[in-house]
Ligand binder design. Structure first.
Ligand code: FAD
Length: 478
């Protein structure tokens, strides 16, 4: 039985055909496709964060050096979602970025990702480069050293063009869809012929709290920042979930020349290595040629990430990428994200945020100091605290990362240089997987859960594709 809301006060009621919760790529592409397929639909999007032009992270590196815990984090929330200031790498592949193909089939998943790519090109991404691993000679070079290069095509929009695409998509949608920004949804409950949505307005003027928003169909697309809320919704509505994975590691930064032969051809290479010591899989993730390392705030915990720009004027001399070890837990442990958060908290406790260490210092068992970082032949792009990652990362994870750095050194000599910088920690939290069917519909008819919030996708292209998929299902009334 789906719980319903008991009214205890006078409320207004506003009706929509479809309500979308969350304006990240999943929500945006669901809205886009719904409007394309049926212009008569009355659609609303509720977004906890700000409109795109109001999204500004206060960290300027001078007056404000570290996260001050804004009520709504402009990096993770608002129109464009977590992807708004990202590198805008749309990977068209079933090999990573999510398991959407398990629900809708490999062919269809790829078709939807290509469709999303076409829209991105139409709305400002035209002229950006599509890289591909097809036929690359690096596959052989990698495999000779037990490194496995995954297949993908990647459209690199870059942080700047990605923003332009979002601006254009918003301009296209704003007259067709009612957007409610600074409006986190608090409750979703079943109602006669659909769902009721109750929200809280965190901005200046709104009667939102005295209003019940009713819809025939509801699409929840709340991403990683909405993971805790999603857990509550699933608990309240008794929707089954599964949570057993977290990826933990570091962000590596080195001179761009070290990886140039790979990044010039492939832009991003996803390479997987199985460690000899434990048989764990370590992988490269989110490669940013000539990019910058950045802080990321997830529920108040500071972790590390990276991005890069298409505009040569904004590029740096360094390339960065993450090295992550996947940790799968078995019964009775269920809180994989809690485990990742604890490790990230430890680095925050020791370093006041992100810690940086030279590879040479790490393998010599000594902390990096401001002097050692300053004397290195590489200039860090993130102002992090020099420290000792071995006091933070579990031995097994650290051993795996060190082993992979030596393996990568064989295909990209210079990776295992003493001056290579390691920032920690990078944690890839996975939302719990929510039980949905091939339409991405929960056990309640008309209640869809998509994007990273569903645990099914972990990337821009998969999240966007899941939005298109649901919109098509709704408009064809299957
Ligand atoms: C710094 C960074 C760089 C990245 N780079 C890349 C990249 O290059 N390529 C790639 O494929 N992926 C990248 N990612 C991951 C990518 O951004 C996500 O996979 C993608 O944004 C997921 O889309 P989504 O719509 O599912 O969720 P999100 O983008 O997280 O959007 C969800 C939205 O829902 C809102 N929300 C949450 N709870 C509520 C609520 N209760 N009520 C209303 N609204 C709510 C949030 O504010 C948010 O705006 C990056 C992520 C980060 C943080």
């Amino acid at each position: 039985m789906c719980p319903t809301i008991l009214y205890y006060r006078e409320t207004n009621e506003v009706n929509y055909d479809v309500i979308i919760i969350g304006a990240g790529p999943g929500g945006i592409f669901a809205a886009y496709e719904l409007t394309q397929r049926n212009a008569d639909l009355k659609i609303a999007v509720f977004e906890a964060g700000h409109a795109l032009n109001k999204r500004h992270c206060p960290i300027d590196g001078e007056k404000i050096k570290s996260c001050i815990g804004c009520k709504s984090c402009s990096i993770m929330s608002g129109f464009g979602g977590a992807g708004a200031f990202s590198d805008g790498k749309y990977n068209i592949t079933n090999d990573f970025g999510g398991t959407l193909y398990e629900y809708i089939g490999k062919k269809q998943a790829l078709e939807l990702m290509r469709y999303v790519d076409e829209i991105n090109l139409r709305y400002g991404g035209e002229g950006t480069k599509l890289y591909s691993t097809a036929g690359t000679r690096f596959k052989t070079a990698c495999i000779q050293h037990d490194l496995h290069l995954l297949d993908a095509s990647v459209r690199h929009l870059g942080t700047d063009i990605n923003y332009v695409v979002l601006e254009n998509l918003y301009a296209h949608l704003r007259d067709k869809v009612s957007f409610y920004f600074d409006t986190p949804v608090q409750t979703v409950a079943c109602a006669k012929d659909g769902y009721e949505v109750i929200c809280k307005h965190t901005g200046q003027e709104s009667a939102c709290e005295d209003t019940i928003y009713h819809c025939k169909k509801c699409i929840i697309s709340v991403g990683r920042s909405g993971s805790k809320w999603m857990e509550t919704v699933c608990r309240e509505l008794d929707i089954p979930t599964l949570s057993n994975r977290v990826d933990i590691g570091v962000r590596v930064e080195l001179p761009a020349a070290v990886f140039a032969h790979l990044t010039d051809e492939l832009y991003e290479s996803k390479i997987v290595y199985r460690t000899q010591k434990y048989g764990d899989k370590v992988r490269t993730f989110c490669m940013n040629p000539k990019g910058a390392v950045v802080n990321e705030n997830t529920n108040g915990i500071i972790t590390v990430n990276g991005h890069s720009y298409e505009d040569p004027a904004k590029q740096t001399d360094n390339t960065n990428f993450a090295l992550l070890v996947a940790k799968h837990f078995s019964e009775p442990f269920k809180d994989s994200n809690g485990y990742g958060e604890s490790i990230a908290r430890l680095s925050n406790m020791l370093g006041g945020g992100v810690i940086v260490q030279r590879f040479g210092d790490l393998i010599r068992g000594r902390r990096s100091t401001p002097n050692r970082i300053e004397e290195a032949f590489i200039t860090p792009t993130l102002n992090a605290t020099p420290g000792d990652l071995s006091l933070v990362l579990p031995k097994r994870i650290l051993d795996g990362i060190i082993e992979m750095i030596y393996a990568l050194d064989k295909v990209a000599p210079g990776t295992a240089n003493d001056d290579t910088l390691l920032y920690g920690v990078e944690v890839k939290f996975y939302n719990m997987e929510v039980e949905v069917n091939e339409k991405l519909e929960s056990k309640y008819k008309g209640l869809y859960i998509i994007g990273d919030g569903s645990g099914i996708t972990h990337s821009l292209s998969h999240a966007s594709a899941s939005g298109v998929h649901v919109a098509r299902n709704i408009t064809t009334n299957k």
